[in-house]
Design a protein around this ligand. Structure first.
Ligand code: ADP
Ligand code: 5GP
Length: 214
C-alpha cells in the first residue's frame, strides 16, 4: 500500500502520543513517527530527538525562515513544527507517517497532502472526567498549565467534526486497531453518525469541569 500521512489530533491528554507509540511498537515496518521541533522545555525523561527536537526560539525562527517546516503552530505559548525532512524520509522508506499535532497544524498538513495522500483522525477521550484524570495522572503540567490545556481542548473539540474520522480512546488496544483499520481502508470508512452528539456532550462536560477547578 502507498504510504500516507496520518494526522492524529486530540485535546492534550486524550492519548495520541500513546496511540502513535503503540502503532509503531506493534507494526514497526508499517508506521513511523515524525519527530517535531518545539520551543517547549523537555519534560522529565524526554530526550532530544526522540519525543521532540528541543530548540530555542531563535533556532525555531531560523528553521521557519529556511522553509524547513511542513507546518507549524503556536500552542500554549510555545512553538511546534513538523519538519518536512522527517515526513519525506519516512514516506521514502515506505512507512505511514504519524503526526501527533494540534488542529491548526492538522489543517495545514491537509492542504499539503490532500486526501487520499493523508488521513486525519481525531481522538476523543471517553469523558471529560477521564481526560482530566489522564492529564493529572501524567504529572507533566502545573495546575495552571493544565487549566490552559483544558481551555484549548474545548476549542479543539469544536473542530473535531471537520476530521474524516473520530475515534474514542477508551481501551487502548481497541483504539490502536481502529486507527490501523482506518489507515488501511481510508477511502471507504463511513462517518460515525453518533460522533457529533458525543463531541457536544464532551464540550458541555469539559466546560463544567473548567468552571469547577477555576
Ligand atoms: P496526548 O499525547 O494526547 O497529550 P498521552 O498519550 O500523553 O496524551 O496520554 C495522556 C495520559 O493518558 C498518559 O498518562 C497515558 O498513559 C494515558 N492514556 C493514554 N491512552 C490511554 C487509554 N486508552 N487508557 C488509559 N490511559 C491512557
Ligand atoms: P505537548 O506539549 O503536550 O507535547 O504538545 C502540545 C500540543 O502540540 C499537542 O496537541 C501536540 O499534538 C501538538 N504538537 C506536537 N508537535 C506538533 C507539531 O509539530 N505541529 C503542531 N502543529 N502541533 C504539534
Amino acid at each position: 500500500m502507498k504510504p500516507v500521512v496520518v494526522v492524529l489530533a486530540a485535546p492534550s491528554g486524550s492519548g495520541k502520543t500513546t496511540i502513535a507509540r503503540a502503532l509503531i511498537a506493534r507494526w514497526p515496518e508499517r508506521y513511523g513517527f515524525s519527530v517535531s521541533a518545539t520551543t517547549r522545555p523537555p519534560r522529565a525523561g524526554e530526550r532530544d530527538g526522540e519525543a521532540y527536537y528541543f530548540v530555542s526560539r531563535p533556532e525555531f525562527d531560523e528553521k521557519r525562515r529556511g522553509g524547513e517546516f511542513l507546518e507549524w503552530a503556536e500552542y500554549a505559548g510555545e512553538l511546534y513544527g513538523t519538519l518536512a525532512r522527517e515526513v519525506d524520509r519516512l514516506l521514502g522508506v515506505g512507512r505511514h507517517v504519524l503526526l501527533d499535532i494540534e488542529v491548526q497544524g492538522a489543517r495545514q498538513v491537509r492542504r499539503a497532502y490532500p486526501p487520499p495522500e493523508s488521513v486525519a483522525v481525531f481522538i476523543l477521550p471517553p469523558s471529560a472526567t477521564e481526560l482530566l484524570r489522564r492529564l493529572e495522572g501524567r504529572r507533566t503540567e502545573s495546575p495552571t498549565e493544565r487549566a490552559r490545556r483544558l481551555e484549548t481542548a474545548v476549542a479543539e473539540l469544536q473542530q473535531a467534526e471537520t476530521f474524516d474520522h473520530v475515534v474514542v480512546n477508551d481501551d487502548l488496544d481497541t483504539t490502536v486497531a481502529a486507527v490501523d483499520q482506518i489507515v488501511a481502508g481510508r477511502q471507504s470508512a463511513p462517518p460515525d453518525p453518533g460522533a457529533a452528539k458525543r463531541i457536544r456532550t464532551l464540550v458541555g462536560e469539559l466546560k463544567r469541569q473548567i468552571k469547577e477547578i477555576s
